[in-house]
Design a protein around this ligand. Structure first.
Ligand code: NAI
Length: 799
């Protein structure tokens, strides 16, 4: 037999990793773990424990403490007590602690990798070469951010005590993604690992002890969903960071709605893996192996929907099947295993159930003829072809090694299919044409797009979703902002509560002033502004608008649900605005300011009836200035280029969120409208705005400005009426991408609670009083941040 023949026919020998050191570590802890609170081990108050097991054998590894609300309370108290001292450290001192954590993780890297594989079932090749090195990289990178914090984020402060809840698919990596930025920015932490995989978090707790991290800065409380719920509900937690299922993300959003807790959610995905006919097919197939069979497909950004150009579907499927035949499924501690065990029986059953449903709906199922291990929880790599785009396996996250394949003909059809999901976490585009790839990347609604590569991650590049995949980013500068608040915003006083007049009786008007003959005749009746046109309200009703002294100033239309729906539809269709260049947007805004300046006196005079002469003049002058500010930003609020330690560049693009509904502030009818709608417009969003209830007649002045300033129809829509009723329709509208609400605390809570359906992003003033007349220097950036989301496009270079 020739050497070549031998090479081709040779089988793999066993290459087992030695688990002894990890097992000795478990024995050293008597295979029983308590909570890590205030720098020490504390048994659970209720003395309850649960098993953690090795999914590759289903054997028990250790007893784990089940956290109760009282354990959470002790941990939150400890984090709160540690906060002042941790925050008073110099950035350099915090940087040294983060650096020490990175060093210590590297020193224990092999034991951590083995522990991870034991507890999770992932191949040691992955935990050793991907997970743990990325964990160390994350702490190194954030040690750097801790050092630079004051100079890079002036005027910002930490959120405070942060509650973090992580899943089981990348246990230590998710811990690092959460803890490193939180500590670097001066927060203290209570983290709850997933119930299936607590061991590496507990090993990390020990590392915190080894480097003498001040007690209470990191607390780890183990337990199931109820422990997570207690953490979310705790009143002294200032921020929740969650990674896991969309369903639980929604529950957390609801549970935090009536609090000031800041929230970031990294949820599920159904990411498209798009292969064009000009792609290097062999590379694409290798990419696919990493895209869907990495970590048994239990990856939130797994490329689980294969979209193939029709012309190459047949040869591509043949190549995929051939490659699947060479994947090795087996004990994850074997170094030459590609596919390890599924985390738990419940997940295994779920995968099987979904595959069965897919087949029942018409998909063809193909599985390689692998020898499967006789014990443990395994699922073979699976290809479902002929999948219909509406099939359950094309829509639901399977979270297993299952690929659903579909075809497309044209690039625009590929984009349509790619975006045909409620999720928006990641996407892969394979084409040898850089023009095609970037053109497609720009149209896909996802937080990460990998061009001719897949599943690359780095601490310098933000990761996170669009749409129902959540919001907020982990990694990079944008990831740090999730753990910081501008000081001016955090410390602003609460607005005096002013409930929105949903059923308030009409104001009592003094006889002497109302409708008296001395008053000028009333002829001022404004309309709604929808799709660039003045529109009568569907209800056919108007409501009187009164001056401060009770005089009748005019009539404002009473918009209803239908008007809001029409306005959202118009905003959605107004694609000319998001597609226009930043330069064009800047020009339109400058023109708007110019037109406002031309008409400043008449507008100020009308406004003065409600807010007084002084405020009216200030509102008009400052509105002109504010429009200039956002016109200036329109072509300057740009992204960044990252240089992760691979042969690629990552383009961090600032993209508009889409269509934003805005409840404008009550207290400054013109300036409040301009200060909130302009930042959204400047970066290419379209809007539906509800103007101030105290002077909805401002709508007339605004639309006459918009009509004469070359603003494309539908970019701004204005609906007047009862704000509480309109806000509810906006919040519940499933085609709206974000809701902004500037009102009292109760109204902001309502906005958050009502908008959980499609998980739209919510930005509120938290019921705080924002000084629209004297904004903090960083406030325009703050608004622009909320008006955009970052898409990271990874572009490789080299042969
Ligand atoms: P899960 O979302 O229930 O669990 C994630 C974490 O949240 C765990 O630490 C869990 O204890 C905690 N948790 C559960 N209920 C909670 C609650 N009400 N309040 C606060 N914390 C709570 O995910 P699960 O059940 O482990 O997996 C179910 C499905 O979720 C998977 O099949 C997959 O589709 C998806 N998933 C997505 C992940 C992602 O990274 N996007 C990660 C894990 C699961």
């Amino acid at each position: 037999m020739s050497i070549v023949e031998k090479f081709v026919t040779m089988d793999y020998g066993p290459a087992p990793e030695d688990p002894r050191e990890a097992l000795t570590w478990l024995d050293h802890h008597h295979r029983r773990f308590s909570h890590f609170i205030n720098g020490a081990w504390h048994p659970p108050v209720e003395n309850k424990f649960f098993d953690t097991t090795d999914p590759s054998t289903t054997e028990k590894l250790a007893d784990i403490a089940q956290g109760s609300a009282r354990d959470i309370d002790a941990a939150v108290k400890s984090a709160g007590a540690a906060l002042p001292a941790w925050q008073s450290l110099t950035p350099h001192a915090r940087a040294r602690y983060l650096y020490a954590l990175a060093r210590q993780i590297q020193k224990h890297s092999r034991r951590l990798a083995v522990l991870e594989t034991l507890d999770n079932g992932k191949p040691i090749r992955e935990s050793r070469d991907i997970d743990i090195p990325l964990v160390a990289r994350h702490f190194y990178h954030h040690a750097g951010w801790a050092q630079l914090l004051a100079q890079e984020f002036p005027g910002h402060e930490a959120c405070g005590v942060v509650g973090q809840i992580i899943p089981w698919n990348f246990p230590l990596l998710m811990l690092a993604w959460k803890i490193a930025p939180a500590l670097a920015t001066g927060n203290t932490v209570v983290l709850k690992p997933a119930e299936f995989t607590p061991l590496t978090a507990l090993a990390f707790a020990e590392i915190c002890q080894e480097i003498d991290l001040p007690p209470g800065v990191v607390n780890i409380v183990t337990g199931d969903g109820s422990t997570g719920e207690a953490l979310v509900a705790h009143p002294d937690v200032d921020k929740i960071a969650f990674t896991g299922s969309t369903e639980v993300g929604r529950a957390i959003r609801k549970a935090t709605a009536s609090s000031h807790k800041k929230l970031s959610l990294e949820l599920g995905g159904k990411s498209p893996f798009i292969i064009f006919e000009d792609a290097d097919l062999d590379s694409a197939v290798e990419g696919l192996v990493d895209g869907i069979w990495f970590n048994q497909g239990q990856v939130c950004c797994a490329g689980s929907r294969l979209l193939m150009q029709e012309s190459i579907a047949e040869p591509l499927i043949a190549k995929i099947c051939a490659r699947m035949n060479t994947l090795r499924v087996g004990p994850p501690l074997d170094k030459s295993i590609d596919i390890g065990a599924i985390i738990a029986r419940v997940q295994l059953d779920r995968i099987q159930r979904l595959v069965d449903q897919g087949v029942a709906e018409g998909a063809t199922c193909w599985q390689a003829n692998h020898p499967m291990p006789s014990r443990g929880l395994y699922f073979p790599p699976t290809l479902l072809s002929n999948v219909h785009p509406t099939s359950i396996v094309a829509q639901q996250e399977i979270f297993g090694p299952v690929l659903a394949a579909m075809t497309f003909r044209t690039p625009s059809e590929a984009v349509e299919l790619a975006n045909n999901t409620a999720y928006g976490l990641a996407a892969c585009v394979w084409s040898e044409s850089i023009n095609v790839s970037l053109h497609i990347a720009s149209q896909i609604k996802a937080g990460v797009v990998w061009v001719n590569c897949t599943n690359l991650f780095d601490a310098s590049c933000g990761f996170g979703g669009y749409r129902e995949s959540g919001y907020g980013r982990e990694g990079g500068r944008e990831g740090l902002l999730e753990y910081l608040e501008p000081t001016w915003f955090k410390q602003a006083p609460q607005l005096h509560p002013r409930p929105l007049a949903i059923d308030q009786p009409p104001q009592q008007i003094p006889e002497s002033s109302a409708d008296s003959a001395a008053n000028p005749p009333i002829d001022r009746t404004v309309k709604l502004f929808i799709a660039g046109k003045q529109a009568r309200p569907d209800s056919g009703y108007s409501t009187p608008v009164r001056a401060a002294d009770g005089r009748l100033l005019g009539e404002a239309p009473l918009g209803n649900r239908k008007d809001i729906r029409n306005a959202v539809e118009a905003a959605r269709k107004a694609t000319a605005w998001p597609k226009s260049t930043a330069h064009t947007r800047a020009q339109v805004l400058y023109y708007l300011a110019e037109n406002l300046s031309q008409r400043r006196e008449e507008i100020a005079q009308r406004l003065s009836d409600v807010v007084g002469k002084q405020q009216a003049e200030a509102e008009v002058s400052l509105s002109i200035e504010r429009i200039f500010t956002y016109a200036a930003w329109a072509d300057k609020y740009e992204g960044a280029i990252h240089n992760p330690p691979f042969r690629n560049v990552t383009l961090a693009m600032q993209e508009p969120i889409g269509t934003i509904g805005i409840l404008c502030p009550q207290e400054a009818p013109l300036l409040g409208f301009i200060s909130t709608v302009m930042p959204a417009l400047a970066v290419g969003n379209t809007t539906v705005a509800i103007p101030s209830e105290i002077y909805p007649l401002v709508t007339g002045d605004l639309y006459s400005l918009f009509e004469t300033s070359d603003l494309p129809a539908g970019a701004v829509n204005i609906v007047t009426g009862r704000p509480a009723e309109l806000l509810k329709t906006l919040a519940e509208h499933d085609d709206l991408d974000a809701l902004w609400c500037f009102a009292d605390f109760a109204t902001c809570s309502t906005a958050k609670a009502l908008s959980i359906g499609n998980l739209k992003q919510v930005f509120t003033n938290e019921g705080r009083s924002i000084d629209w007349f004297n904004p903090a220097p960083s406030s325009d950036r703050f608004f622009l941040q909320h008006a955009t989301q970052i898409k990271n496009i990874w572009v490789p270079y080299g042969e």
